[in-house]
Design a protein around this ligand. Structure first.
Ligand code: BES
Ligand code: ZN
Ligand code: ZN
Length: 477
C-alpha cells in the first residue's frame, strides 16, 4: 500500500472525500452543516449515500445498521472501498466517531483495506485501487489513539489479502513450490520465524508415505512446509495444519462436477500461512508451529487407484477407497508429523475437506469437530464477532465403524454417501493420538464464496483472522 496516513482532530470542512459512518436512526442525519432526511438515508446496514458538498468535497455516508459488530463494520467499509473507490479523491478523510472503540476503528480500516483487493491479476488494463496510488492520502479525523488500531488493521488486512491471493491465483502459478517459497520469504522477514521445506526425496527419506501417495500422480514437486514461530518467553504452543492441495482433480475417482473450483483446495494451507504472517506481524506471545503439506491430486500412470493400501508417517496403513478423499490422507501425515516432533498445547487443522460440509452449511460457516469444549467455545465467540463462523459436528463413537477396513488399519472413505464431513473428521481424529485439544475446521464452503465482491467464486480469507485472534486470546487468558 502506498497511501500516506495522517491523523487530525480538526474536523472542519475540507476538500476531498469524507467517509462518515452512521448507525441506523429515525432522526435526520447531521454532518458538517448538512442535514439528510430519513427518507434519503437512514443508516441501514449495507447502504451508503454519496453527497456532493459544493464542487470540492463529497461525503460518503456509510450505513452500519443498529448495533454493528466488528464484522458488520468491516463489511460496510469494504463495500464502499470496493464499489465506490472511483470517487475517492486524493485526500480521503475517515471520520471516526468519538465513542468508537479501538476495535471499531480497526474494523473500519480492515474493511477499507480489504476493499482494495482486486481479483483481476492478469488483466491488461488493471488499474490500481486509490489506496495503492502514489500520493493518496488517508486522514483519520478523530481521537489519536487510532494509530494503534490502524497499525493492527493493516496487519490483519495484509495477511488476509495474502491468503486470498494464494487461493485466487491459478494453479499454474500457485503450485507447491510457490507456497514453499512464500513460506521461506515470510521466515526471511522475521527473525522469530523459521521455515523448513521437504521435497519429494526428503519426504521419502523420512517416511511421509501418505503425503507422497497423493502427490505421486503429479509432475509438480510436492512440498511439505513447516513454519516455526518462536517469540521470546512464549505463553503456550499452538500447532496448525493446513491442507494445501494446489489442485484436486479427484485422481482416478475423477471429479464429475466442480473441478474448476479446485484451485481453492489449498485454502486451508493458505489460511494457516496467512495466520502465521499475522501472528508474526502482531508479535503474539505464543509459540506456533505450522505444517502445510502442499501437493496436487492428479492422474497419470503413477497415481493411486481405489483399493490401494498405503503406509503413513504414523505407522498406520490406509486403504484408499476413493482417490478424491485425498485431503484427509495428506492431513494424516501433517498431523502425525506435528505430534511426533512438537508438543503443542493446542492443535487446529484447516481444510477444504468435504462437499458434504458445503451441502450442510453452504458458505456461511466452517464445520468444526473438536474434543475440547473450551476451544469450541472460544472459536464460536471469535468466529461470530469477525464473521469467520464455526458450527460443531459430533465426533461420537457411533461413527467409528465408517473407518474400519478389512485389509488396513483404517480406510479413507466409508463408501457410503452419508455423514461425509463427520466421517472425514473421524478419520483425522484417528491420527491425532487422542490429543486433548484438537480442533478440525472443514472450510470447504466458507473459504471460497459467491458474493458481491466478484462475479464468480473467490477467496474469502477465512481462517486467517480466526486463528490469529484465537492465538492472541490464548495468551491473554
Ligand atoms: N476438495 C474436496 C472437497 C471440496 C468439495 C472442497 C467442494 C470444496 C468444494 C475433497 O478432496 C473431496 O473431493 N472430497 C470428497 C470426499 C468423498 C470422495 C468421500 C467429497 O466431499 O465429495
Ligand atoms: Zn478430493
Ligand atoms: Zn481435496
Amino acid at each position: 500500500m502506498k497511501y500516506q496516513l495522517r491523523f487530525t482532530s480538526d474536523s472542519s470542512p475540507k476538500k476531498g472525500t469524507w467517509l462518515v459512518p452512521f448507525y441506523a436512526q429515525e432522526q435526520p442525519i447531521h454532518f458538517a452543516g448538512t442535514t439528510l432526511p430519513v427518507s434519503v438515508f437512514e443508516g441501514k446496514k449495507d447502504t451508503s449515500f454519496l453527497h456532493m458538498v459544493g464542487t470540492e468535497a463529497h461525503h460518503i455516508y456509510i450505513g452500519l445498521g443498529k448495533n454493528p459488530c466488528y464484522a458488520d463494520i468491516v463489511r460496510a467499509y469494504r463495500l464502499v472501498s470496493a464499489k465506490q473507490h472511483a470517487v475517492f479523491a486524493d485526500e480521503l478523510y475517515c471520520h471516526i466517531p468519538d465513542d468508537w472503540s479501538d476495535a471499531q476503528i480497526e474494523a473500519a480500516f480492515v474493511g477499507l483495506l480489504l476493499g482494495s483487493y482486486q481479483i483481476g491479476f492478469y488483466k491488461k488494463d488493471r488499474k490500481p485501487h486509490p489506496l495503492e496510488r502514489e500520493g493518496q492520502q488517508v486522514i483519520l479525523v478523530g481521537k489519536h489513539s487510532a494509530q494503534h488500531s490502524v497499525a493492527r488493521a493493516e496487519k490483519v488486512a495484509a495477511a488476509k489479502m495474502e491468503s486470498m491471493a494464494m487461493v485466487d491465483l491459478p494453479p499454474n502459478k500457485v503450485n507447491p513450490t510457490y507456497l514453499a517459497e512464500w513460506a521461506q520469504q515470510l521466515a526471511a522477514r522475521y527473525d522469530s520465524v523459521h521455515c523448513t521445506t521437504f521435497d519429494r526425496t526428503k519426504c521419502q527419506e523420512i517416511g511421509l508415505h501418505a503425503f507422497l501417495a497423493v502427490s505421486r500422480g503429479s509432475a509438480n514437486e510436492p512440498q511439505f512446509i513447516i513454519l516455526e514461530y518462536r517469540p521470546e518467553n512464549p505463553y503456550k504452543h499452538v500447532g496448525l495444519v493446513g491442507k494445501a492441495m494446489t489442485f484436486d482433480t479427484g485422481g482416478h475417482n475423477i471429479k464429475q462436477q466442480g473441478m474448476v473450483y479446485m484451485k481453492s483446495d489449498m485454502a486451508g494451507g493458505a489460511a494457516v500461512l496467512g495466520a502465521m504472517q499475522l501472528t508474526a506481524a502482531l508479535q503474539l506471545p505464543v509459540a506456533v508451529t505450522a505444517v502445510v503439506p502442499a501437493c496436487d491430486n492428479m492422474i497419470d500412470n503413477l497415481a493411486q487407484v481405489p483399493s490401494d493400501v498405503i503406509q503413513s508417517y504414523s505407522g498406520y496403513s490406509i486403504e484408499i477407497i476413493d482417490t478424491d478423499a485425498e485431503g484427509r490422507v495428506v492431513l494424516a501425515d501433517g498431523l502425525a508429523y506435528l505430534l511426533k516432533h512438537y508438543q503443542p498445547d493446542y492443535v487446529a487443522d484447516l481444510a477444504t475437506l468435504t462437499g458434504s460440509c458445503v451441502m450442510t452449511f453452504g458458505q456461511v460457516c466452517a464445520g468444526m469437530a473438536t474434543n475440547n469444549a473450551e476451544v469450541q467455545h472460544a472459536l464460536s465467540e471469535i468466529g461470530c464477532e469477525i464473521n469467520e463462523k464455526v458450527w460443531p459436528l459430533p465426533l461420537w463413537d457411533d461413527y467409528n465403524d465408517m473407518l474400519e477396513s478389512d485389509i488396513a488399519d483404517v480406510k479413507n472413505f466409508s463408501g457410503r454417501p452419508v455423514a461425509g464431513a463427520i466421517s472425514a473428521a473421524k478419520f483425522l481424529e484417528f491420527f491425532t493420538e487422542k490429543h486433548p485439544a484438537w480442533v478440525h475446521l472443514d472450510i470447504a464452503g466458507a473459504s471460497f464464496v459467491d458474493d458481491v465482491f466478484a462475479k464468480g467464486k473467490h477467496a474469502s480469507g477465512y481462517g486467517v483472522h480466526l486463528m490469529a485472534r484465537w492465538i492472541e486470546l490464548l495468551a491473554a487468558k
